[in-house]
Every structure is written in C-alpha cells, then in structure tokens.
Design a protein around this ligand. Structure first.
Ligand code: ZN
Length: 133
C-alpha cells in the first residue's frame, strides 16, 4: 500500500480519510487481514470515531481543555507548539482496522479521522495491509 498525502487547510483541521484508506486497501489486492494506518508526524493524530461535525468540535474542545496552548511548557522555549505535540500524544499516531473481502470492518458510524494539530502543512499517512493468510 502506498502513502496517503494530505494538504491540511488550517492550524487545526480534522479530515475523514476513510475513503482514501479503503482505496489504498483495494489497490493492494489483499483480501483479509489487518490494516495499519500510521501518521509519520509528531503533531498529528489518528482516531476512529463518528465524523459528526458537532462531535468533532467536542473532541477538539476536550483536547484544548487537556492541553491548552501556551501553558508554560518546556518545549515552547525552543518550538512554540508543545500543545500540538501533547494533543497528538493524547490521540495516538495509529489505528488498526480488520478487513475481510477487501473491505474494512468498520461499524456503521465509524470513520478514520486524521487530526492536524499544527498546520496547515503537507502530511503523510502510511498504510499497510497485513494479510492473515
Ligand atoms: Zn515542536
């Protein structure tokens, strides 16, 4: 599977990459296994959840509450984006999704959400389909 390239548009941006991952999976020709989706950056995150705009605002609100910008972080002395690294740590940098018959086994409301936390930038997400037979 190839990498997915994402051009984010704002300092904080959430992008539903489910269709792009499914496309990569289809092109891999793999039938059954697990699909690893991995962001190679330290100020982005990945999660699986509902792509409802109100919920996404709630998730961003939670991240802001837990890791507010400019709260006296040590990393801000060298690079003013400690809050983005901390929010990325809370989200995690990968998700793993099982697939069968070449299709991801996502629940009805589940989508793969990519979180830009220090954009806008060009970002890369790596996908690997690992067959189970
Ligand atoms: Zn930094």
């Amino acid at each position: 599977m190839a990498a997915i390239e994402i051009e984010t548009r704002k300092s904080v941006d959430v992008i539903d990459i489910t269709t792009l991952v499914q496309q990569q999976l289809k092109e891999s020709g793999r039938e059954s296994g697990i699909c690893l989706v991995y962001t190679v950056h330290t100020t982005t995150g990945l999660t699986v959840n509902e792509a409802d705009s109100a919920l996404i605002q709630d998730i961003l609100g939670l991240l802001e509450k837990l890791a507010p910008a400019g709260a006296g972080y040590r990393h801000d002395r060298s690079d003013g984006n400690a809050h983005a690294h901390l929010r990325a740590t809370l989200l995690g940098n990968s998700v793993v999704i099982p697939f069968e018959n070449g299709k991801m086994l996502l629940g009805t409301w589940q989508r793969i959400l990519f979180f830009e936390l220090d954009g806008p930038r060009r970002r890369t997400v790596q996908c690997k389909a690992i067959p189970d037979r």
